[in-house]
Each structure stands twice: as structure tokens, then as C-alpha cells.
Design a protein around this ligand. Structure first.
Ligand SMILES: [Zn+2]
Ligand SMILES: [Zn+2]
Ligand SMILES: [Zn+2]
Ligand SMILES: [Zn+2]
Ligand SMILES: [Zn+2]
Ligand SMILES: [Zn+2]
Length: 209
């Protein structure tokens, strides 16, 4: 893991910044030439340099051997005490604290943007998700008031166009209204006074139900 990518209220001082990853030093090491580098970034340099374990200091170019590198506890404390804001401050999180508490906060931050778990492709802050799922997610299930089937909100309108229980009016204007769709044909065939003599099928063919 490279350095800390905190949301610092003031620009990071050079001596708190890793010359490799340019984030705030994480588990800093100090080289004999007096420069600091994240533990992992150092390991990375070592891997790239080959078997000897020596690295070229990224700041001044001097050769640094493994026994010339030491954990820098002082720098570590300094960096962990840096004040920082939450990275979701722009979304409204007012949290501020020391860098040492930062990552723990981020994991639980209510302002983190997450994708809707219903799969509607919207992203929104965690604390608004519950309301979204209940009130505005296009994929939330609503019950069709006519057939009682549960239908995703965004498909309800289409469903009404074919729901067998949806109330429709007689196509021959006999005055019968709000007949469940599944009974409409029966109405035309056996009850409707206006349909006598007419062929309801040829008519229906040309009319969208
Ligand atoms: Zn680094
Ligand atoms: Zn150096
Ligand atoms: Zn936060
Ligand atoms: Zn959604
Ligand atoms: Zn229905
Ligand atoms: Zn009728």
C-alpha cells in the first residue's frame, strides 16, 4: 500500500510526502542520505533494482544499501498526527481528525458514494440509500393495485398496458366502464348491447387496448 491519500486542509509539507508515490508517508523509512520514503515504496524500488537490495535515492540519486535504511518513528508519528478532512467533505461530511483515524472513518463514512444495491446504476451517499430504495429507486418493487403482482417501479406503466386486471372501458361505448381487461372479450361477446351484429375482433384488431 502506498502513502496516505488524505484530504489535507493545507498542502502536504515536502518532508511528510513520499518522493515515490507523492502521498503522505506510510510507515516511513529514512535513508542514510536523510530522505524519507514509504516502507512499501522502498520495497518496490528494491524489487526493481535487482538482487543486491540497493536502491538509488529518488531525491538525490545517491546509492543506498539495505543497512543504510531505518524505520523513522518520529516521522511516522508526525504524519499520523496530521489533521485531515474526510475525503467526502464535498458531499457534506463534516468529519475532521488526525490521519491515524482517517482510514477507520472512511470505512464507515455515511457520505461515501455507493452504487444502488438494487442495480439501478445510480450512485449516491450511503446515508441517502435507504430513502432512495424506499422512495425513488426505479427498480424498487411496487405492487400493481389491480393484480397485486410486484413490479419494478420503472416497468409499472408498461405493466398497466397488459395487466389482465387493469380496468378498461367497453370498446363499443355501451356505457360499461372499468371492466377488468381479462373480461372485456367476454363482455363484447355476450353482454354488450352495442356489439350485437358487429364483429368485435375485426374492431379490436385496429384499436390498441
Ligand atoms: Zn510512498
Ligand atoms: Zn537521498
Ligand atoms: Zn466522512
Ligand atoms: Zn436504485
Ligand atoms: Zn397488474
Ligand atoms: Zn359494451
Amino acid at each position: 500500500m502506498v502513502g496516505y491519500n488524505g484530504n489535507f486542509p493545507t498542502p502536504l509539507a515536502e518532508h511528510h510526502k513520499c518522493p515515490c508515490c507523492s502521498y503522505a508517508l506510510r510507515d516511513p523509512l529514512q535513508t542514510e542520505c536523510g530522505h524519507r520514503i514509504c516502507k512499501e515504496c522502498y520495497a518496490d524500488l528494491q524489487r526493481k533494482s535487482g538482487k543486491t537490495g540497493q536502491i538509488i535515492c529518488p531525491v538525490d540519486g545517491s546509492i543506498v544499501l539495505p543497512h543504510q535504511v531505518f524505520p523513522d518513528m518520529y516521522a511516522k508519528r508526525e504524519v499520523l498526527n496530521l489533521p485531515t478532512y474526510c475525503m467526502y467533505r464535498n458531499s457534506g461530511c463534516q468529519w475532521q481528525g488526525a490521519l491515524r483515524e482517517y482510514e477507520e472513518h472512511i470505512v464507515g463514512c455515511e457520505y461515501e458514494d455507493i452504487r444502488c444495491p438494487n442495480g439501478c446504476n445510480q450512485r449516491l451517499p450511503k446515508h441517502l440509500i435507504e430513502q432512495h430504495l424506499l422512495q425513488s429507486c426505479p427498480r424498487r418493487l411496487l405492487q400493481c393495485e389491480y393484480c397485486k403482482t410486484k413490479i419494478p417501479s420503472e416497468e409499472l406503466q408498461d405493466h398497466y398496458d397488459k395487466c389482465e386486471q387493469f380496468p378498461v372501458d367497453c370498446l363499443f361505448n355501451c356505457g360499461a366502464m372499468k371492466i377488468p381487461r381479462r373480461l372485456l372479450q367476454q363482455h363484447h361477446e355476450s353482454e354488450c348491447p352495442n356489439a350485437v351484429g358487429a364483429c368485435p375482433y375485426s374492431f379490436i384488431d385496429h384499436v390498441a387496448l
